[in-house]
Design a protein around this ligand. Structure first.
Ligand code: HEC
Ligand code: HEC
Length: 497
């Protein structure tokens, strides 16, 4: 990474920081005149303000660390609760062990122990995992700015290896990636050097999550065993969340229910502490979580919020106006099946009709690898340790190429695509599929241009029937400045191939 791009990276991080704080002081509720009847909708749209220092019991407890000033700031494309543009992406800071000369990470016990020892000095949340959220904003803006500067002031810098391998792979397929999805730098002295990486998560749409919540574990496990039995390359595995349940939410399926995700979103995205999740703390503070006398958002408010999110209907499939239009869309859907897209993007799972996902994790190849949250440290008490009298850390390593198949209902409204929002169009999204999906992508590329268009047209029909509900958000509700232009249906206006 050049000095210049390092500077840009830092500026990008700091820009978000300043932008959001300028608007964070805007008065609380908006949309007051609008017609609505769901109390949770008010909470979803509410612009939260930082706590007044003299009023620690105030419910308006944005921060101390936050990514947005409201839920709707990120979830708004195609209407309240929709997906988000790249400007709303969540950023993740990851530490990885130093690399050897062949650029492979050393993942042995000593390297990992060294890594966690160093990383926890950088951010206290590196205690048990190799990733932390790199928040866009803090109520202690200046101190946070200094902390960020310190992190990004590198002594020596390697090339952005993650990007280079992406670029090469994609060039082989006849096109270039538009942007660096992952930044990597080396930090530390030669002895204890480690690599830090910043990656991004694209905001998914929440339309239909209430139905996904009700899909039974059996339905997902049945898909897993059916894929195991086939000869093909597609072998998805169910994600097991931290609480031991099947995970259906998040790009890696880390969460098992909308309720748990919502409690986590309140605490992490907005910094609203609640009964179910502690809020994100200041990275430069010593205590594990900020100490608070009361919660920023009550149990009943969270319940209302969850009820509202669960009530968001999936976006319908476009109704064809003419018979020939219907025939073309049906042909497109047939192609989608024939070339193997439907092996992962399964049309109907249990009660979720036309959801187009199997909710399983798939190895999507090195093109889509992201090592964030890939290493967890489990420390055993001395009594259970094989080394008597000394606690011994055990590390759990996840495959960084695994992602959960995202549902495609409503996909017409949710560009940009993929976990980091790197693809602007369906065509680009398909081409960056690798790993288990390679043969399907090859088949797509071998289709005639007309048949390819039919597949894209079919995807475009998913959720394209949106009528209304897509008013432009006033800037004070999201804090991102002038919003990008949108089409009538609420999709951001982007170039198509
Ligand atoms: C800064 C942007 C941002 C804000 C603010 C935000 N979210 Fe999200 N939301 C995301 C991102 C990014 C993901 C995907 C996270 C992942 O997969 O790791 C997500 C995922 C979710 C999911 C899981 C959806 C699925 O199908 O996987 C739910 C539910 C959710 N958010 C609810 C909320 C609620 C409720 C709020 C307000 C309390 C909120 N979000 C605020 C960015 C945001
Ligand atoms: C092996 C399973 C698999 C196959 C086969 C597959 N996909 Fe996917 N698809 C995924 C996964 C997993 C992702 C998310 C990967 C990521 O974000 O890095 C994805 C993402 C997408 C997205 C972006 C969705 C979003 O919300 O960002 C689209 C569109 C898509 N696939 C369409 C297709 C089409 C069309 C085909 C057939 C040519 C296909 N997929 C074949 C697993 C698969």
């Amino acid at each position: 990474m050049s000095i210049k791009s390092r500077g840009n990276l830092l500026r990008g991080v700091l820009f978000g920081l300043v932008l959001i704080l300028q608007t964070a002081t805007t008065e609380g509720r908006i949309f007051q005149d609008e017609e609505h009847n769901h109390p949770g909708e008010d909470l979803f749209k509410k612009v939260w303000k930082p706590n007044q220092t003299d009023k620690s019991n105030s419910e308006d407890g944005l921060g101390p660390m936050f990514n947005g000033i409201s839920c709707v700031a990120c979830h708004n494309q195609g209407g309240i609760g929709g997906s988000g543009d790249n400007i709303a992406n969540v950023q993740i800071l990851t530490v990885l062990p130093r690399q050897d000369s062949r650029r492979n990470f050393r993942l042995d016990q000593i390297a990992l122990e060294m890594l966690f020892k160093q990383a926890v000095k950088l951010h206290p949340d590196f205690e048990f995992q190799n990733s932390v959220i790199l928040h866009r904003s803090s109520v202690q803006n200046e101190a946070y700015g200094r902390w960020l500067k310190d992190i990004f002031e590198f002594k020596s810098v390697t090339k952005a290896t993650g990007f280079e391998s992406n670029r090469k792979l994609v060039e082989e397929r006849g096109r270039l990636l538009f942007e660096t999805p992952i930044h990597r730098v080396k930090k530390g002295s030669a002895k204890d050097r480690y690599t830090i990486q910043i990656s991004r998560r694209n905001t998914p749409s929440l339309f239909g999550v209430g139905i996904i919540d009700m899909i039974s574990d059996q339905d997902i496990l049945a898909l897993e065993s059916a894929q195991k039995k086939t000869d093909g390359p597609v072998k998805g595995v169910a994600s097991i969340s931290a609480d031991g349940e099947i995970g259906k939410f998040g790009w890696r399926g880390e969460q098992s229910s909308v309720a748990k995700f919502t409690a986590q979103a309140c605490a992490i995205e907005l910094g609203l502490s609640n009964v179910d999740h502690p809020q994100a703390r200041l990275p430069f503070s010593k205590s594990r979580y900020s100490i608070q006398k009361s919660h920023d958002i009550s149990k009943s408010q969270i319940k209302e919020l969850v009820e509202f999110v669960n009530s968001l209907d999936p976006k319908p499939i476009r109704r064809s106006k003419t018979h020939s239009e219907l025939q073309l869309l049906q042909k497109g859907q047939e192609q989608f099946h024939t070339i193997g897209c439907a092996n992962c993007h399964v049309q109907t799972v249990g009660i979720a009709k036309n959801v187009f996902s199997d909710f399983l994790l798939h190895d999507m190849g090195p093109e889509l690898a992201d090592a964030s949250h890939s290493i967890r440290k489990k420390t055993h008490s001395p009594a259970h340790s094989p080394v008597y009298g000394r606690s011994k850390a055990e590390f759990e390593i996840q495959n960084p190429q695994r992602w959960q198949t995202p549902p495609l209902w409503g996909a017409a409204l949710s560009a940009p695509y993929m976990h980091d929002g790197r693809a602007d169009s369906f065509h680009d999204a398909i081409l960056v599929h690798g790993g288990e999906a390679v043969s399907s992508v090859d088949k797509y590329q071998r289709l005639t241009p007309f048949d390819r268009k039919l597949v894209l047209e079919f995807l475009q029909s998913l959720g394209d029937d949106s009528t209304g509900g897509n008013e432009e958000l006033p800037p004070e509700t999201h804090g991102w400045g002038t919003p990008p232009p949108r089409s009538r249906q609420g999709r951001l206006v982007r170039k198509q191939p």
